[in-house]
Structure formats: C-alpha cells, structure tokens
Design a protein around this ligand. Structure first.
Ligand code: GLN
Length: 195
C-alpha cells in the first residue's frame, strides 16, 4: 500500500516516518502527477497560506479534487485540515471544501501556547487512547451533518471524518503514538479493497 505525503512545506517527513512504521510505503508528493498510483494522501501541518501559494504554483487544486473524487482517502492535520475544510475563518481564505466543517485558524493561541493532551478517540467503533500535540491549531467551529466526530477535547471535536476524508486539529506525527496513522492506513486499505 503506497500513501503519499504532500511535501511542499511543513512536517511531511515525520508523517512519512509514521506511515512507514505502520507498514505502508510512504512517498513524498511534490507535483500533481505524483498522485497517480497512490492509495491515499496525507496533507501535513505547516502554514496554510504558504501551502496554498505553493499548491497554486504547481496547479495542485484540480488534481486534489480528482484524487478525492476517485474515492481515495485523504488525511489532513492542522494546516492540512484548514486546506480541506468547507469554510475557513480568521481570516477567510480559499479551501478545497472536501469536508463539511468550518475552522477558525490559530484559535488555540500562539506558538508558545502550544500544548500536549491525551484523549480518547472512537475508531472503527472502538475506544482508543490518543496523544495529541496542538501547535497554533485551528478549532473546528462547525460540523456538517455528514461529518462524524471521532475525538473531542474540552467538548470540541479535534478529529473528524466524512467519507474518505479524515482531519485532525492536532499533530499525531509528533508523538510515538501511531493510533491515528494506523486508522488512516486502514481507511486506505478498505478503499482499495472496495475499488
Ligand atoms: N497556524 C497554521 C495555519 O493557520 C497551522 C499550524 C499548524 O499546521 N501547526 O495555517
């Protein structure tokens, strides 16, 4: 199973390492044609405005829309969540709209207010303890009816899924906890079997 990691900016290398530790073959994606043949894609954290500029420069938007339309899973963390959301606030900016959530950027505070937390996710119907690192994270302010909340922190959703799109407000790749990456690999596996 080959999973791509969008490698334009941000902490793509740690995602690739986490995926490899889950037994997947991880490849860095720098151009749209590298999406061909992948079973799934991770969009890492970083700076969403910078990522948007680079995505635009390489004409990634239509390629990502086609990737999603083909049913292949996409996992966005932090800035990746911002790029995948239906609506972005603070300020309003372009997003792909592949998951029906509204997010507010930088709503957990500044860089030095970054924090770690433990929580419990519900993955494939089972409770799973998870470790979470929040860095200038977006807050999910609205969840559309088709979106399932998979984990909360302080009563707010921090991990969610709609169909083949999984999003996390936190950075699972910054811990040794592979729970969320394993879950994404399962989604990719199941999508592949269904195809
Ligand atoms: N604050 C960043 C943004 O708005 C996201 C931070 C992150 O990905 N850790 O794009």
């Amino acid at each position: 199973m080959t999973i791509g990691v969008l490698a334009l900016q941000g902490d793509f290398a740690l995602h690739a390492r986490a995926l490899a530790r889950c037994g997947a073959e991880a490849v860095e994606v720098r151009k749209p044609d590298a999406l061909e043949g992948l079973g799934g894609l991770v969009i890492p954290g970083g700076e969403s405005t910078t990522l948007l500029r680079l995505m635009d420069a390489w004409d990634f938007v239509p390629a990502l829309e086609a990737f999603h339309a083909s049913g292949r899973p996409i996992f966005g963390t932090c800035a990746g969540l911002i790029l995948l959301a239906r609506e972005v606030l603070n300020p309003c900016q372009f997003s792909l709209g592949l998951i029906d959530v509204s997010v507010e950027r930088n709503a957990y505070g500044r860089q030095r207010e970054s924090f770690e937390a433990r929580g419990e996710a519900r993955l494939s119907g089972r409770p799973a303890p998870i470790e979470m690192v929040f860095i200038r994270a977006p807050r999910i302010r609205r969840l559309g009816p088709g979106v399932e909340s998979l984990a909360e922190l302080g009563g707010e959703t921090v991990l969610a899924r709609q169909g083949a799109v999984l999003v996390a407000a936190f950075h699972p790749e910054l811990t040794d906890d592979l729970t969320v990456h394993r879950h994404f690999c399962d989604l990719v596996d199941r999508a592949r079997v269904a195809a």
